[in-house]
Write a protein that binds this ligand. Structure first.
Ligand SMILES: Nc1nc2c(ncn2[C@@H]2O[C@H](COP(=O)(O)OP(=O)(O)OP(=O)(O)O)[C@@H](O)[C@H]2O)c(=O)[nH]1
Ligand SMILES: [Mg+2]
Length: 413
């Protein structure tokens, strides 16, 4: 009897140790490999006319994302030289001593800016989670398209191969339409933009309205959209064309809505405030509205992998069940004095209730062991989830501030 009790105790201790070790993070086998982060590249082209705000938007986006802060997500430009040029653009925009902004982009400066999005845990190095590119070019190339000429060269290539094409409406022209009425230049530009956008088959139509600071507090977005539809029939048709993914109008203000850029009442010129500071608004939201769709397949694969990884390795019921069977087998296999094996087994089952109670406290220990697991190095899946969650938060913030910026699906209520 003493021997069988000792054997039972030894096996019980062994089983519990094994369960604890298992609970503390034996990696799960996965048959499906994780998608390769370095091949996850999203290319973006924003279709906007001269002066519509493409370059200032690029600089403000980079500035917002250059330092990770509490969100622990950041972007780094492809080369140190690119970072220097972007810093130069930002200094020029931010400097209140100078009323100047970066000059219009020339043909020679047209360029695909490439960025890597990285995410980081409190410990360990940042991991690359995906890359995206933004093609910046002189808006006059769109005028060429408006004249019926096919785009050529690098611009044409960027446009044809882009994963995401977003339309840009120059907020200054939209504000003018709202306050002063129709304007021929804007009418022509809006028409050519609508035609260019209508030629691309997209699941969701995305249109940004830049320089939102000029409209904030004066014209609500729903009124702006209604006015634009009334002003231009092509724009109305473009918005009302049924699309599975619907339509989203994204207001952005690269220069912020806090009065950093203000109108000098005396001269009626726009000036930079020396005291307000530069806080771009909603400039990350366009990335959050568009990039997740392109990465949807990878996200699904990674989510499946993550779900498998998180499946509890051991539950209270498992622990209790294991003990029941260990006890039963012991009862049958180990001779316990003169009583027949089956009687011993029944006796063992009888003590199962108290063993269950014991195991309840042991499974607590196992759970605790699992929680004490040292923080895992941030892997590809959790990095991508963190980056996409951050982008989603930026979209949520924009939608909370401006409900009309929500995705609308025609006929979808
Ligand atoms: N109020 C306001 N003005 C802006 C904002 N962003 C840009 N601007 C103004 O718009 C001008 C043109 O912006 P750019 O970014 O250079 O325009 P672009 O689309 O790159 O123009 P091209 O390179 O000529 O095609 C800037 O010089 C600013 O004066 C903004 O968020 N708010
Ligand atoms: Mg430019």
């Amino acid at each position: 009897m003493a021997i069988s009790a000792a054997v039972a105790a030894a096996i019980a201790v062994g089983t519990i140790t094994w369960l604890i070790v298992r609970a503390r993070g034996r990696p799960q086998e996965n048959s499906r490999p994780a998608p390769d982060a370095s091949r996850r590249i999203v290319s973006i082209v924003a279709l906007g006319h001269e002066g519509s705000g493409k370059t200032v938007l690029l600089a403000s986006m980079w500035r917002e994302l250059a330092i990770e802060g509490a969100r622990r997500v950041r972007v780094v430009a492809d080369t140190p030289q690119d970072e220097v040029v972007l810093q130069g653009l930002c200094s020029e925009i931010e400097n209140p001593e100078s009323e100047r902004f970066p000059p219009g982009t020339t043909l020679g400066e047209a360029k695909e800016w490439k960025f890597t999005v990285q995410a980081r845990n409190p410990i360990g190095p940042p991991v690359d989670v995906f890359k995206f590119s933004y093609y910046d070019y002189p808006g006059e190339l769109l005028d060429e398209m408006a004249k019926g000429r096919e785009p050529s060269g690098a611009f044409a290539h960027a446009l044809q191969s882009a994963d995401i094409v977003v339309g840009i409406l120059d907020g200054q022209m939209v504000a003018h339409l709202m306050s002063h009425g129709a304007d021929d230049v804007f009418a022509g530009r809006l028409t050519s933009l609508c035609l260019a956008l209508s030629r691309r088959e997209v699941t969701t139509l995305h249109i940004m309205i830049t320089k939102w600071d000029l409209m904030k507090g004066r014209y609500p977005l729903e009124r702006v959209i209604a006015r634009l539809k009334e002003f231009n029939g092509l724009f109305r048709n473009l918005l009302e064309t049924p699309r599975v993914g619907g339509v989203r109008i994204i207001p952005v203000s690269a220069l912020g809505t806090n009065g950093f850029l203000y109108e000098d009442k005396a001269t009626r010129l726009m000036r930079k405030s020396a005291t307000r500071g530069w806080f771009p608004q909603y400039v990350v939201a366009p990335l959050g509205c568009t990039i997740p769709d392109v990465l949807a397949t990878d996200v699904q694969v990674l989510r499946d992998l993550e779900v498998n990884k998180r499946k509890p390795v051991v539950s209270r019921q498992d622990v209790s069940g294991v003990f029941f069977w260990v006890t039963l087998v012991l009862g049958l296999a180990v001779p316990l004095g003169p009583a027949p094996a089956i009687v011993s087994a029944i006796r063992e089952i009888a003590v199962k209730g108290s063993l269950d109670k014991l195991m309840d406290s042991f499974s607590g220990v196992i759970e605790h062991a699992r929680r004490r697991d040292p923080p895992r190095k941030l892997d590809d899946a959790s990095g991508l989830v963190r980056a996409l969650s951050y982008l989603r938060e930026e979209v949520d913030r924009m939608e909370r501030d401006i409900p009309a910026a929500r995705l609308t699906v025609p006929g979808g209520g």
